[in-house]
Design a protein around this ligand. Sequence first.
Ligand code: MAN
Length: 489
Amino acid sequence: MLFRQLLLCTLIQSLTNADIIGVSPENKHLYEPTIDENGNKIWHCLNDSSIILNYDQINDDLCDCPDGSDEPGTNACPKPPYKFYCANNGHFPGYIDQFKLNDGVCDYDICCDGSDEYKIGGCENKCEEIHRQYEEYKNEQLSFINKALEKKQKIIELAQNRRKRLIENLHKFERQIPEKRMELNKLKIQFENSELDQQDISVFEGLRDHFDGLVDRINSHKRDILKQESKVQALEKILEVLSKNFNPNFNDPAVKESIHKYQEYVSNKEEDILEDIHETNKLINNLIEKAKSIPHSSTAEDSVHHSPPTIFNMIHYYFQFFANTFLKKSVIEYHSNLSQNELTHKIENLEKELEQIEKKISIVKSNLNLNYGPNDILRAYDQVTISKNLGGYNYRINLLDGINQDDVFIGKFKEYKNDKLYYNNGDRCWNGPKRSATIEFICGEGPELVSVSEPEKCHYHFIIQGESWCNPITEEELKSNFKIDYHLL
Ligand code: MAN
């Protein structure tokens, strides 16, 4: 009998030491007793070690410590430092506010073991069933989230492919620019040169003054020669008459010698002098005709005199120099067979083309700079329409474009900021502002519009759910999101 009493006392003693009700295993060490000089078990308040209590003052329903640390398992102190610990064996532990202890309500969502009502009782331990529900919920959640994350990955890949394609297009357009500019410069040079070609004159026209002077000169020489010739002919006539009619009987040696020399002169006289002059005339005429048929193409020196080099010719010159020196290949042709009109047309078209390419580059660049959310994920929703009839209105949402409520325009996509999409500049409300909207996203099967509200007049708030907004879920999140199905308890 004595032995049994001793055993019970020891058991109660050890239980009291080990398990202060409401204290979690990790805080247990804070509630270890100390033995004073008289051999009594004592304990110090947690926030003030100068306050010493008898060990049995813990959970005696009287608040002794300023921080309430002496009443972890009762509702005696207003704000104890730790919540009441429910062990919930077979499930996960819970921590409940002390004011909910022994209030006649079984708070199974926190204490499935019913320990929050340990004094009153009446709360059966439901941990087994609740844990079964939790496991079921957890498995459903994990299987959904795994599938959702797979889908999200595909959506991210789609978004990134779109980004990649945009970048490729940007590079393609950027590569076209120098090609087109070079082509344009070539055409401009050709146009410029065609202007010069038009001004081009034949060699004859260029040297006309010289030719005219030369011809005048030759003609005047010809006239001189003919004049001289007629004088010579007159002289010859005189000498001829003399040589035929002189009287040899006078025996004048001077006359005899002169007549003799005249006869010698006549027998050696060349008859082709005039012919030579004709030849010269013919030569000059041929030269003139030839000169008329040869176009005058200016040499570098000439162009300095005739027209100063333009910027295009200079660019061309240096480009050609570079190309000849480094590329060993001439790229630009100076002249074109096209007419000036055709060249002008081509230049205008090319300029338009360049302008369009530059515009496309700037559109693509600003698109690439837009914030489309983490991983650019919203790019995947370009051209996607999310529609739903809610509250009597049919909503059509194009995330990256705009929102419609039946025929009313609610707003144009403005930006993505702080995980939300903003829309503005919608149709004006009667006697009110222009319509605008905000979209918030939640994780779920989708994309689906799950709710719409109008928190302020004509400002709408939409909630869209979809896998794109799911993230890996932690055990802690699962535990806090879990809801008991009380019908099954
Ligand atoms: C329409 C709808 C409503 C809006 C009113 C404002 O009925 O667009 O959402 O509140 O106009 O007049």
